[in-house]
Design a protein around this ligand. Structure first.
Ligand SMILES: Cc1ncc(COP(=O)(O)O)c(C=O)c1O
Length: 419
């Protein structure tokens, strides 16, 4: 496998995943329908103990299913944290509901103390995001939602396998969802799993799912090709112009998909949300999720390494002094540093690509039109300051110990120069 390090280019893909994708590509008669999604749902039920699991083609589709089930409508307010992805906001806008932004704490999760100030009689939902795999303050948030009769959705897009009070994230809200996006904890390029903990909504979700389509074969092929093209033709040549050129061509020609379409930066979801989870991607996700334990043990080990090696600078860690009830999985290891652009550039010069999109805007990716997201500048100052300073170190399975050492020495060198 290629030696380039990148947090966004297929970080979880191993040799056997590429082989698995090639086989999936050949089994064209099983791209859309098959037993894959049922098997994936069963795995989530048996392995994590989530009783009611429904697969979709993305976290975005899971959110659209939830909003249909709860009848989210114009005028309803949805509390979300700043420092989130437009993939969370666009489904809210699609229902003509209003996102209400709450600032974060230094751990990049919602500041539970600030939620109550934002609750009005129109508040229908709180979305609790476990950013980069660190559980948010679930006790406090759940208590507020129960007391105020507000629906709680856990956004577990980054948190598959993370625990709070000994229980998996995803068991606390009325709903929760996971994402199998290309840079997530496990990946099938696109995919999502919706968990319904409040039984009164199950029928609505089942009906919703029955009435949506499978993605087109063209769309499915775009996703299956992603690990193949990225690992065989892009990453091995990424340091020269060839790899980058192949990637740009593949994206521009539509051979591969983008994780977020340009229209989404302006508040408009493409028409392939909501759709069902196609069989081929469900099988790829199932193949990956069976590696979860190994991936997450590795991630925690990498995080421990960074924490020890950078101990002198621990005031810069976002995940500092973690509450003992929280068992994070460290999808990444975020730091808050001065002159962060320079650090990203220093990494790039050493073929370490850490611009993961989660930077430079309170609603990422950075090209997002925050006005279209109904965010007003100055609303959430901690998010605004931190998003410009964040550099998230990689923790994925393909890192080797010499990579980790190199990463630490680049960080230390930068910190010595920039204070
Ligand atoms: C925090 C967060 N929530 C939700 C989503 C949406 O998930 P998906 O990409 O599977 O639609 C993403 C990723 O895009 C995310 O990072």
């Amino acid at each position: 496998m290629a030696k380039v390090i990148s947090t966004s280019l297929s970080p979880n893909t191993e040799k056997d995943d590429v082989f698995f994708a090639i086989i999936s590509l050949l089994k064209f008669w099983k791209w859309q329908k098959g037993l894959g999604s049922t098997k994936l749902e069963d795995y989530f039920r048996l392995h994590f103990g989530f009783e009611n699991c429904y697969s979709f083609n993305s976290g975005r589709s899971c959110l659209l299913a939830i909003f249909d089930a709860i009848n989210l409508s114009e005028g309803d307010e949805v509390i979300v944290q700043a420092y989130t992805c437009n993939a969370v906001i666009n489904p809210i806008l699609k229902r003509r509901a209003t996102p209400v932004y709450v600032d974060i704490k230094s751990d990049l999760n919602i500041d539970a103390q600030k939620i109550e100030q934002k609750i009005t009689e129109k508040t229908k939902v709180v979305i609790a995001q476990h950013t980069f795999g660190l559980p948010c303050d679930l006790d406090r948030i759940k208590e507020i939602c129960s007391r105020k009769n507000i629906i709680l959705i856990e956004d577990c897009a980054h948190a598959l396998g993370a625990k709070y009070d000994g229980k998996y994230c995803g068991t606390f809200g009325d709903f929760a969802f996971f994402s199998f996006g290309r840079d997530k904890v496990v990946s099938s390029v696109y995919g999502g799993m919706l968990i319904v903990n409040n039984n009164s909504y199950i029928k609505r979700i089942i009906d919703f799912k029955a009435n949506i389509l499978y993605p087109t074969k063209k769309w499915i092929v775009q996703q299956i090709l992603h690990p193949i093209i990225t690992n065989l033709f892009v990453l091995p040549f990424y340091n020269s112009k060839i790899g980058k050129g192949i990637m740009a061509y593949s994206l521009n020609s539509g051979l591969l998909s983008r994780s977020v379409m340009e229209s989404e930066n302006h508040g408009i979801l493409p028409n392939y949300f909501p759709q069902k989870m196609p069989n081929a991607l469900a099988e790829i996700a199932l193949f990956q999720v069976q590696k979860l334990e190994r991936f997450n043990v590795w991630r925690k080990g990498v995080a421990d390494f960074y924490a020890i090696e950078l101990d002198e600078y621990k005031n810069l860690f976002c995940f500092n002094s973690i509450d003992s009830r929280k068992d994070p999985i460290f999808m990444r290891f975020p730091l808050i540093v001065n002159n962060s652009k320079q650090l990203i550039e220093n990494f790039r010069r050493q073929e370490i690509y850490l611009n993961d999109g989660w930077r430079e805007s309170v609603i990422v990716p950075s090209k997002t039109d925050i006005k279209a997201m109904q965010y007003k500048e100055g609303q959430c100052l901690i998010a605004e300051v931190n998003c410009d300073k964040i550099v998230s170190l990689p923790t994925h399975i393909r890192l080797r110990s010499d990579d980790m050492k190199r990463i630490v020495s680049i960080v230390i060198d930068h910190l010595k120069r920039n204070g």
